[in-house]
Design a protein around this ligand. Structure first.
Ligand SMILES: Nc1ncnc2c1ncn2[C@@H]1O[C@H](COP(=O)(O)OP(=O)(O)OP(=O)(O)O)[C@@H](O)[C@H]1O
Length: 328
């Protein structure tokens, strides 16, 4: 059963197409991670799905309700945690939770029990009297999450929920999300962390408003074209330039402290490239094969898409030039 179903959803801001013809379904109980570079359209997509913003074209249904005409019904049954969740710094943890229970009209007789349960669930019970202003980043996110859960939503939309949070707190946040999943809640989140995307049932890659692929993390990783090498050395930029010209190298890109190199066949390339670099005066490299992760596939897909766009644009500009040329 699909609890999110959108077709051809498009949102423009002036001439910018923030979400471009988005078609997607998400099943009940699924966790779906939307990833993409800054400005790809993740926040806008979530806002469209929550019915906070209307699309220019296309349609969407969330829990069978129309995202344009039935937004009130949707809002009662979903939870939305925006990037900057509205916590009140001068209220305590428990008061923030009570405030959201009010907003969501949680029946008074249920509030006590639910507050206790949620505070326990997020392991925040011993901090319930602490002002929100005094919470760590990870605790703030957990409080934001339980405020989002106070009316027992069936789907939660989380916009970069662990952005800027330390890795340990991120892991703890995910333990909570796993428990929510077990209870049957559908989770739709945006993230720029690949380890987070790996934890979702399915991921979607958004680039310039377009959803370029959706699949399970495992299938995405398996779709990598070619084989991957990683290289470590202090002069990665210099080496990148040298390797970019080598016929065995399809693509190179920097990832943190490593240079990633896509080749057809890693065993052959390993020896050849090492020799090639040595002949160029670079010998102290650590070069080895690597398993492609989600980010490697996304880089490959986005590069490929950008090359297609560039060649299309070149094709388009070539025509007027030709027409303008009197010799042609
Ligand atoms: N209200 C708005 N008015 C004009 N442009 C907007 C508006 N909201 C978003 N945009 C633009 O739409 C594009 C998509 O923005 P969006 O915030 O959805 O991307 P994102 O993937 O969530 O990125 P980030 O993680 O950086 O927020 C961006 O180019 C952004 O500048």
């Amino acid at each position: 059963m699909h609890v999110i179903h959108v077709k051809g959803l498009t949102k423009r801001f002036g001439t910018l197409v923030a979400v471009d013809n988005l078609t997607l379904t998400v099943a009940k109980g699924e966790s779906f991670a939307l990833v993409g570079p800054d400005g790809a359209g993740k926040t806008t997509t979530i806002r469209l799905l929550c019915g906070i913003m209307d699309p220019d074209s296309g349609w969407g249904k969330v829990l069978t309700y129309d995202t344009i005409r039935e937004t009130e019904r949707i809002k009662d049954r979903i939870g939305y945690m925006p990037q900057r969740f509205g916590l009140y710094d001068d209220l305590t943890v428990a008061e923030n939770l009570a405030f959201y229970a009010d907003i969501y009209r949680v029946p008074k007789d249920l509030r006590r029990g639910r507050t206790k349960e949620l505070l326990e669930f997020a392991r925040l019970e011993q901090f319930q009297s602490r002002l929100a202003a005094k919470l760590s980043g990870g605790m703030r996110q957990k409080l934001g999450l339980i405020c989002t859960l106070v009316h027992r939503p069936e789907i939660i939309f989380l916009d970069e929920p662990t952005f800027g949070v330390d890795p340990v707190s991120r892991r703890e946040f995910w333990q909570i999300l796993y428990q929510l999943q077990l209870s049957g809640i559908t989770i739709f989140l945006s993230t720029s962390y690949m380890d987070e995307a790996e934890r979702a049932h399915r991921v979607g890659l958004l680039h310039r408003g377009r959803l370029l692929l959706t699949d399970t993390p495992r299938s995405v990783r398996a779709s990598f074209q070619g084989e991957l090498l990683e290289l470590k050395n202090a002069e990665l930029h210099k080496i990148k330039k040298i390797l970019d010209d080598h016929p065995l190298v399809q693509q190179t890109y920097l990832m943190g402290e490593r240079l990633m190199i896509t080749v057809d066949q890693s065993t052959r390339a390993l020896a050849t490239l090492q020799q090639y670099l040595a002949a160029s005066g670079i010998s102290d490299v650590i070069l080895k094969t690597a398993e492609p992760g989600l980010e490697d596939v996304f880089v490959q897909i986005i590069r490929c898409r950008e090359e297609e766009t560039r060649s299309l644009e070149k094709g388009n500009t070539a025509r007027p030039d030709k027409l303008a040329d009197p010799d042609n």
